[in-house]
Write a protein that binds this ligand. Sequence first.
Ligand code: RB5
Length: 149
Amino acid sequence: MKVAIGADHGGFDLKEEVVAFLKGLGHQVEDLGCYSKDSVDYPLYAKKVIELVKDREVERGILICGTGIGMSIVANRTPGIRAALCHELFTAEMSRRHNNSNILCMGGRVIGPSLALAMVKVWLETPFDGGRHERRLCQIDPDDSMCQD
Ligand code: RB5
C-alpha cells in the first residue's frame, strides 16, 4: 500500500519507528518530514500528507505530533479526509470498520512504539464495513467520491 507519513518534532522519534516498520512490511512510504527533532509547526507537515491523501496519490496517511490532537484538528478540516486520533487498538480498528478513516493520528508523547506499531498494522489491515456506516459518512460529506454512485 502507498502510505504518506508526517510528523512534527513531538512525533519525530515515533515517525522514524513507523517508517521503518512500514518499509519492513513492504509498504511504499512517502516520508514528508520533519527530518530532525528541531522545533517545527505541525500544520505544515499535516498539510503535506493531507494533500496526497485528498488527491489519492496515496491510499492512507499517518500523522504524528506530541499528542496527535493538533494533527487531527488540521486533517479533519479538509473534505474527503477522515482522520482518527487513536491511542489504543480498539479505536484504531473501529476507525477503519465504522469510519473508513484514511488518516491515522497518534501522539508521540502519549503512546510507546510497540503499541503504535500494532495500531498501525491493524489500521492498515482492517477493511471498511460499509452498509449503514457508509450511509452515515455520506450524511457528513455527500460530495465524497464514496457517495457518488
Ligand atoms: C508541540 O510542542 C506540540 O504542541 C505538538 O506536537 C502537538 O502536540 C500539538 O497538538
